[in-house]
Design a protein around this ligand. Structure first.
Ligand code: PA5
Length: 439
């Protein structure tokens, strides 16, 4: 099980009593999540998802993944936000950074980069590729553009009927353009249930199918999440999600408005990106909410380190440590020792990394950056499942403590309305006129 230590978040701007003062609100939040009595209660399908995912669904995902692995040299996962980041986070954490997974997964639809799409189309030319297109609403512009382009490319290469066999759509059960298209074209489909929001959907087919295609064990991922679901189901001093939610809210209330999620393992970069979406979209509302930022150390000690150590004191950090690396690399000795590194010759690279981490954490606490510390034993499916569910549960509790509805995202619509107005989308005539008057 992951470990959580808040000792070094205390003593500077908050103490244990400030954290405990939030326990009644946290206990109420947990009740509200369990009983569906809080705001956004029509989006609580994720709460018991790990324990309630039917074996038949897991088997269907595994069989679909096996078919894609058999038929494709590469699979493109198309999606954005919650329909992208969870799979990307797990695949990056478990994969080899210099060798693609057995069936490589590439991502599209997470941007509107013309050059990105051009280069992707070039890369796919002549390759046997498949597509997993993921959109809960089925109407999001970024993935819709990517899908239109890649579907056309696949159909040009294989013909419509064969192409349809290499496309899997993951979308709403009934609504949306993607559901309609999937029905018309006969794609294999999976459903994103109505009661699971995008950023809470990594443990549904949205995340599980690309992760399975990449060759990772989705049953172990779900097992880890299930263990954390059980461990965080009830309020209490041993509920780690509750403790994390209370601590970060106590820090926020004391003026620490920015949380930096820090890793010392480059494989966790996208876990932090996933976390940023989860907390940013869930909590940033009504002019409230901790700003979620992230750094990859020690890399970013050479860019953001100065600011974190010495800049405005409005930040706290949550450090994720991976206790054991998967492989051993020993620093060699050198007779000339011109670089002066012989004092660490014979040590594991990770031992040096751990000292960089410890030294930085101590320096940050000394410099007025409270430190929450999470430890995971190793990077494997089970531990990732645990930490994913831990952050989801803590996010629900934390949003309720903050007093917002953590399960909607009204602010996301504003840029879309402006973009549609600027592109003169039919139905947006008034908005087009209004926005053009501002230019
Ligand atoms: O969390 C959310 O709901 C959003 O970030 C969505 O995941 C994102 O906008 C993609 O939406 P969709 O899956 O409908 O294309």
């Amino acid at each position: 099980m992951i470990k959580l230590n808040i000792d070094h978040a205390l003593g500077n701007v908050i103490n244990r009593a400030d954290v405990e003062a939030l326990s009644p609100a946290a206990a109420k939040a947990i009740d509200d999540l369990n009983n569906g009595t809080g705001a956004g209660n029509d989006f609580l399908g994720w709460v018991n998802l790990p324990s309630q995912t039917p074996d038949s669904l897991i088997a269907d995902i595994e069989a679909t993944a096996a078919a894609l692995q058999r038929d494709c040299e590469v699979v493109v996962a198309i999606g954005i936000g919650g329909s992208y980041l969870g799979a990307k986070a797990v695949i990056e954490a478990l994969g080899n950074q210099f060798a693609p997974t057995k069936t490589p997964i590439v991502f599209a639809g997470q941007n509107i980069g013309e050059d990105y799409l051009f280069e992707l189309q070039e890369y796919l030319k002549g390759k046997k590729f498949g597509i997993i297109v993921i959109s809960k609403s089925g109407t999001t512009t970024e993935p819709a553009i990517a899908f239109r382009l890649l579907k056309e490319q696949l159909e040009a290469a294989l013909g419509k009927a064969e192409a349809s066999k290499r496309i899997v759509a993951i979308t709403d059960a009934k609504r949306g353009a993607l559901r309609q298209l999937a029905t018309e074209e006969g794609y294999k489909t999976f459903v994103i249930e109505d009661n699971v929001g995008g950023r809470f959907s990594v443990l549904t087919p949205v995340g599980l199918l690309p992760i399975a295609v990449a060759g990772f064990d989705i049953r172990a991922l779900l097992d880890g999440a299930k263990a954390m679901e059980a461990a965080t189901a009830k309020a209490g001093a041993d509920n780690l999600a509750q403790l994390y939610a209370e601590t970060r809210n106590a820090l926020y209330n004391s003026g620490k408005k920015i949380e930096i999620l820090v890793n010392y393992n480059p494989k966790l970069h996208f876990l932090a990106e996933w976390w940023k979406q989860l907390y940013g979209e869930s909590e940033g509302k009504e002019h409230k909410g901790i700003f979620p930022a992230a750094v990859d150390n020690s890399t970013d000690l050479h860019s953001m380190g100065q600011w974190i150590q010495d800049g405005e004191r409005t930040i706290f950090e949550t450090v994720i440590s991976v206790a054991k690396s998967a492989h051993e690399v020993i620093i060699p000795g050198d007779d000339a020792n011109l670089d002066g590194l012989n004092y660490i010759a014979g040590k594991h690279v990770d031992e040096v990394n751990k000292m960089a981490e410890l030294g930085t954490r101590i320096a940050h606490v000394d410099g007025g950056v409270p430190n929450i510390h999470i430890t995971i034993e190793t990077l494997d499916e089970k531990n990732l499942g645990e930490i994913i569910y831990f952050f989801e549960k803590a996010c629900g509790i934390s949003g309720y403590i903050l007093g917002v509805n953590p399960f909607n995202q009204p602010g996301v619509e504003d840029y879309k309305r402006n973009m549609f107005a600027l592109l003169a989308k039919p139905g947006y005539e008034k908005e087009t006129e209004a926005i053009r008057a501002k230019l």
